[in-house]
Design a protein around this ligand. Sequence first.
Ligand code: NAD
Length: 253
Amino acid sequence: MKRVEGKVALVTGGAGGLGAASARMLAREGAKVVVTDRREAEARAVAQELGDAGLFVALDVTQEAQWENAMARTLEKFGRLDVLVNNAGMGIVKDVEEMTLDEWRLVHAVNLDGVFLGCKHGIRAMKQSGAKGSIINISSIAGIVGVGQFPAYSSSKGGVRLLSKSVALHCAAKGYGIRCNSVHPGYVETAMVEALSQASGQAEKTRARMLKGIPMGHFGEPDDVANAVLYLASDESKLMTGAEVILDGGATA
Ligand code: NAD
């Protein structure tokens, strides 16, 4: 039996590096996967790769009406929701003195409001399905330690960490059987890390500095994160809630 056979998952930011890897991994292990993103063509292509196991739905995670639509489409097509991967995210490289209030709010809208809306509508859909569901929130090691060039990102990801624990405690107290955990990757080779190193204007130097901060001496791969998502999505982690999974090659050790 495959590890998430019979489960239905929704992944946000599914067009991106970690979202697409998670969607593919969950489908490979037997789940039906709703691939969502605000980048429609790219997310549709990922869903199409999954054949009958995939469904594309456009979803900007900051828009509550779009969450309602995504959950309705998921229940209509696959009949239930067992797994929600709140993965969509973005960052702006500017320190606290340079950042505008609009930039601050944009990062929090996507990274924190988006996860809040996902948890709210995810719990609703899981309850409707009678599912002992799993909510997996992709935070970052920047949600554990501060980053001078990345104050809004760090603040929003720290918020995701504690929101996840609060959701876990709420669902446990209500006896829903729904779990919620956060995942904290260090640097993983995706468009986001590429953009980060380009933003400095000194890509090679920045990459070298990033690597220096990783005791194991190499970046993560998208499947390193997807494997953790798969474990949290599966019943193998059924005792795990309110926990944080750190995947950083020792960077925060
Ligand atoms: P990515 O840029 O490849 O993918 C991010 C995806 O999120 C994109 O497809 C983008 O279109 C989507 N997105 C952005 N704003 C959105 C919105 N408002 N609504 C819906 N979708 C939106 O980056 P990634 O590396 O795959 O990042 C995935 C998650 O992992 C993010 O939350 C990121 O903060 C986190 N993370 C990444 C790393 C890393 O090193 N790559 C490290 C730690 C945490």
